[in-house]
Design a protein. Sequence first.
Length: 363
Amino acid sequence: MISSTILAKGEVSLVWGNKLKMIISPSDESAHSFILRHHIVYGASDVSNIVSKSGYWVRQPGVLDSIVHLYQQYEEHHLLVLVMNSHIVKETRAIFSNPQYFLSRLNDTFYKGRGASQQSGYYIIKFCPDCIRAQIREFGFGYFKACWLCSDFCVQHHQTLQNIDYPLFNPYDYLQKILSGHFPARMHSYEIRRYQIEKTLLKFAVKASPCLAEIFQKWIRKRLHLIDEKVAGECGVDDRARVLVWLLHDDGRFRNAAHVHLGLILKAIQKVYSNHYLDFINTHSKTIIIPCGIKSRETVFIPFMVHNENDCQKCLEINCFASCSIPVVCSIVQQNLREEMNLCDKIIYREYIGQNTSFFFSK
């Protein structure tokens, strides 16, 4: 029997019966390093899924089809932390959008599986020899920290990071030696351009529902005076008139604004007129927690803002992620009305249910 075990300091391991079998993962490790160490443990010498031909970390790492099964037993939230720390997640500025978009890279990285990759290099492979020596003493192995992807300096040891001697013709053997503490004779101190401290976990920006977007549109139409030059600047445009075009026709009639524009205006008001922003949020919104894991929906939960007068259990808005109860609600309706529906209605209804099920539960 296989089960997962949470160890100290955010480490994760797998248990086969009573015997520790799989890899411990420190909480500050990069996804590239985590995947690399699986290759080392299981002798998978093809590392094209994490290292380019020229010897750089690729921007979007992934696991090979042949060993994708090794990652299935890890806690999904831990794999998500690896993806977030390594800046692999897809970010979107849009407030009124699908929150699960944020998790799409988790599937691409650890669950989808891929063949040999031809990706170009993106990150120079850098490391701190003293950190790796300390890791070996503490854990029995070395690993590449996620913060080394975007930093040139080790804050812990107050020294520049070292980079490998390019070109890197055999990355598997080369990186295996580094993680075992056998550093190459020729190493170079990387030119310091970024004195970055270790990065904190990438924060998830709460998304909001289409129903709240419609309420905000009605709210802002009554408060167009809030859209001034400061708000326009926060929206990324140079004058107020360009923002008003998002809301008004040339003749002054209101237009249905795009959700992306409404989101920009809401974020701008939050920064410029926080009291008005809080008034809107406190009066019209509520935050719900929705499950949206990939392997199992109940493994990852995400906050989602919706209109406080709406009942998400009864909502049939197909573009709203919170309406994940649609298949359940509709299945009950279908059972009650089965005999009353004609053939055409049944076909349309079946297609409607199928589309929603695919949208909310796709892998």
